[in-house]
Design a protein around this ligand. Structure first.
Ligand SMILES: [Zn+2]
Length: 268
């Protein structure tokens, strides 16, 4: 097996095409040495040439290290409720939605129970909540809302991925994707979001990286909603869409007040 130094990346940044330079080393899947690389153009952090992905996706880790999955799903559901509120009006009350990378299908089930014509896409479905609503190939649009929760950091072709979702948006529709943003001044080899135990987080966006990827896909990044003080759920719309700054300001206020209330309550 190559040493991390020998595997030093020379391929271009998969987000913006910029050059890469070594950032720091690491170990994924307990045994595989890797070299993280930072883009000199967009500052994103990548794992180039991830030859271990087949093993990474075939492993079944018990217990699942993603302990936050349920809490995260409930957060996303609260955000969607705010987007649906009368004051914001970005999500129609009864809309056709798509959840990409459905996983166990919890968000999909919640949206179905809310009366939405909700669908899921997952090439490796493991849903236990909405088996009959999941497709293994990306369904055609249009969708009023497309969610991709903890998906884009797994992709090898993030711009193509965003483009394929953009073409499936209905007029006035939006894309909500969650991923933690990389900041080289803050994050190092101990960043929890690297999640080396499963080796699947290979494309970690900086702010600039996400902006560039959205732009290259014909999307505008209009706002991020914070979770635990960090920008986490990123809202993107087609560049030709017009979402008023006032509506986004109201959304931010509604979101902050709602999350404060939720935190005070102290209940998941
Ligand atoms: Zn880049």
């Amino acid at each position: 097996m190559d040493s991390p130094r020998e595997a030093a990346p020379m391929e271009p940044c998969r987000i913006c095409g910029g050059g890469l330079r070594p950032a720091f080393g690491g170990i994924v899947l307990d045994t595989v040495p890797v070299q993280y690389a930072q883009c000199t153009e967009c500052d994103s952090l990548l794992l180039p040439s991830p030859t271990w992905l087949e093993e990474a996706y075939s492993r079944h880790i018990v217990p699942d290290p993603d302990f936050g999955a349920l809490k995260r799903t409930l957060f996303i559901h609260r955000c969607l409720r705010r987007l649906r509120s009368k004051a914001i009006g970005l999500l129609p009350k009864r809309s056709r939605t798509l959840d990409v990378g459905t996983g166990r299908g919890l968000l999909l089930r919640l949206l179905l129970d809310n009366g939405h014509d909700a669908w899921g896409y997952d090439p490796y479905p493991q849903s236990i909540f909405a088996e009959d609503r999941i497709q293994t190939s990306l369904p055609d649009g249009p969708f009023s809302a497309i969610t991709a929760i903890e998906v884009i950091e797994h992709t090898l072709d993030p711009v193509d991925f965003l483009k394929s979702l953009r073409t499936r948006l209905a007029p006035g529709g939006f894309l909500a994707l969650s991923t933690e943003l990389y900041d080289s001044a803050v994050h190092g080899p101990d960043w929890v979001y690297l999640a080396p135990q499963h080796g699947q987080h290979i494309t970690l966006f900086s702010r600039r990286g996400l902006y560039r990827a959205a732009h290259a896909a014909g999307l505008e990044w209009i706002r991020s909603l914070n979770w635990d003080g960090k920008p986490f759920l990123h809202l993107l719309v087609p560049v030709e869409a017009r979402v008023s700054r006032f509506r986004l300001w109201r959304l931010q206020r509604l979101h902050r007040a709602g999350e404060r209330r939720h935190a005070r309550d102290g209940w998941t």
